[in-house]
Design a protein around this ligand. Structure first.
Ligand SMILES: *Cc1c(COP(=O)(O)O)cnc(C)c1O
Length: 358
């Protein structure tokens, strides 16, 4: 029996990916020089695909990294002298904060309990942090911060660089890049690809800050500093040998998603999320962890479970449906179900049927 991975990342591969992996092997993509014209073409096609699919403004920069975690580190390393400010309500937003500490910065944070959003009235109005880090979709808890709240925060602190983690909401999220300064994701979540590739999008303000720090003798890293990345990106290359196969697969999947249409992907995502939340609500032993429907994630559905999560996860697995446990300390008391473009509506419906039979 075929399996379908509803885990939050790595997750189910986008349906065409297995075929593209064979095509990549047949065409010797793994042996392609990362300085060749053939690779530059693939790089350019991947970049254009992302720009079109996500509606990224032309004046935004796009670079390829190894992961989303790397994007957190690069943004802090390049753009923060001392103080970043973090909205922390789960494991990934906490990771962003911790990296700032580990880099010797002095980050501050506004914390909300896991499963909750933020009361932004609590923010100190007198300070203007260099960078504000927001995790749009906390994959550990299934909380999604409304974009309007993020834009409002940016208007409240116009001097701060607003950096948004869209790892588990892209490509579903409809982000207005003109109302933030940077965003990043990795490809093993919503893009349904093998892990090992991150994408960082940033505007001129971020680059100016990095250059200013560099000019004043500060370290902004080495081969993956923003200026070093951009110098090679101008030639459709990376400073190092990048994940060539990953970039190839991303280019192919973006083309497929463009053909399907981002509006259709968004519509289906919301319909599938509706099915999943309603199954969780109907189930006698489950209830949504995030109770405020305005902040319930459409792409990662988290349910509290009365008993241990393991028997439910095991039972679904016997039908080929692999769902996630809770994250970290919530491992035993929750299940997490990803809802990405790779999850077709019919499979989601079948999953909810099996879930309701337990
Ligand atoms: C998975 C995830 C990350 C980390 O991604 P990597 O590619 O493993 O570095 C960061 N933020 C969020 C919200 C995530 O879901």
């Amino acid at each position: 029996m075929g399996k379908m991975f509803f885990t939050a990342g790595p997750s189910q591969l986008y349906p065409t990916v297995k075929q593209y992996i064979s095509t990549a092997l047949e065409n010797d993509i793994p042996s392609l020089s990362h300085r060749s014209a053939a690779f530059e073409e693939i790089y350019a096609a991947a970049e254009n695909g992302i720009r079109q699919l996500l509606n990224v403004p032309a004046d935004y920069c796009l670079v390829f990294l190894s992961s989303a975690t790397e994007a957190m580190e690069r943004m802090l390393q390049n753009c923060v002298e001392q103080d970043s400010y973090h909205l922390v309500n789960g494991a990934f937003s906490q990771r962003f904060f911790t990296i700032a500490r580990e880099l010797g910065k002095t980050p501050a944070k506004l914390e909300a309990p896991w499963g909750s959003g933020f009361d932004l009235g609590q923010l100190p109005n007198n300070s203007s942090p260099e960078l504000i880090a927001v995790t749009h979709n906390e994959t550990s808890t299934g909380v999604s911060i409304p974009m309007e709240q993020i834009y409002r925060l940016h208007r409240q602190f116009p001097a701060s660089l607003m950096v948004v983690d869209i790892v588990s909401s892209a490509p579903y999220v409809d982000l207005d890049y003109n109302q933030v300064d940077a965003a990043f994701f990795s490809v093993q979540k919503g893009f349904g690809l093998p892990a090992g590739l991150g994408v960082l999008l940033f505007n001129q303000r971020c680059l100016d800050k990095a250059l200013k720090r560099q000019d004043s003798g500060k370290s902004i890293g080495s081969y993956h500093s923003l200026p070093a990345l951009l110098e090679k990106a101008a030639k459709n290359q990376n400073p190092e040998t990048p994940n060539v196969v990953g970039i190839y697969l991303l280019c192919k999947v973006c083309a497929d998603m463009l053909e399907k249409g981002i509006e259709q992907i968004r519509l289906e995502t919301e319909q599938k999320a509706g099915l999943l939340y309603s199954a969780v609500e109907q189930h006698s032993q489950l209830r949504p962890f995030v109770t405020d429907s305005k902040i319930q994630s459409q792409t990662v559905i988290v349910a509290d479970i009365e008993r241990d999560s393991k028997p439910v996860i095991d039972e679904l697995a016997t039908h080929g449906f692999i769902v996630g446990s809770g994250y970290g300390k919530l491992k035993k008391s929750q299940i997490r179900i990803a809802n990405f473009p790779a999850h077709d509506p019919a499979s989601v419906e079948e999953l909810t049927k099996h879930l309701l039979n337990i």
